[in-house]
Design a protein around this ligand. Sequence first.
Ligand code: HEC
Ligand code: HEC
Ligand code: HEC
Length: 128
Amino acid sequence: MDKKNIFLFLIILSISCLAGPLMLSASDEVSHGGDIIYDKPVKAVLFSHKVHAEDLGMGCDSCHDGIFQMASLTVQKEADFTMEGLSKGKYCGACHDGSMAFDSDSQCARCHIGVKGYDRAQGIKSGE
Ligand code: HEC
Ligand code: HEC
Ligand code: HEC
């Protein structure tokens, strides 16, 4: 290698050393299911992967080993994906039972972002 090529080689090497970890952490951020907004039977309920998996640090298995599939909006096809189902300990109610996490029979607005919240999340301006 002549001087010029060595210089180039070093530049490429340092770029890939810097970019490697950066790219890894960028893909880490999208390595879960993001925000999921349910619209059936009512509009709208927000589930945040960021809150549960990142901020609270819950492992994927705590939900994806039986409670939820890794495919968004699958569960809302179930007839008992309702407040009654939740209060029987299903779905979100497996944890939101008033001891592991706040009861699904309380603080409605923490899960229910409503029609306005839904429109905002979809980037729809609410009609005046
Ligand atoms: C507290 C519960 C919970 C935890 C923890 C959790 N998830 Fe999820 N995940 C869900 C729910 C709820 C859905 C949507 C299921 C449905 O709507 O039927 C989902 C859906 C997904 C999807 C599908 C997204 C899509 O757009 O189809 C992927 C991928 C996913 N999760 C990956 C992960 C990974 C990876 C982790 C761990 C880093 C993780 N999840 C942790 C609850 C959780
Ligand atoms: C495996 C357990 C688990 C499941 C399943 C689960 N959560 Fe949670 N969730 C938690 C815990 C733990 C917290 C934090 C403790 C608390 O706020 O009481 C939390 C917090 C939340 C919060 C508060 C977020 C904030 O920013 O303060 C919302 C909203 C929420 N969950 C909605 C849901 C919805 C909707 C579902 C079902 C689609 C769900 N969760 C399923 C464990 C769970
Ligand atoms: C832990 C999250 C959570 C909390 C807290 C919560 N809900 Fe829900 N709720 C859901 C989910 C999930 C569904 C089903 C998905 C949908 O309808 O979008 C639902 C559906 C509903 C429905 C339609 C289905 C049914 O059961 O009739 C009503 C009405 C409702 N919730 C009322 C309430 C009221 C009132 C409160 C407060 C006392 C409340 N919810 C608190 C998550 C929650």
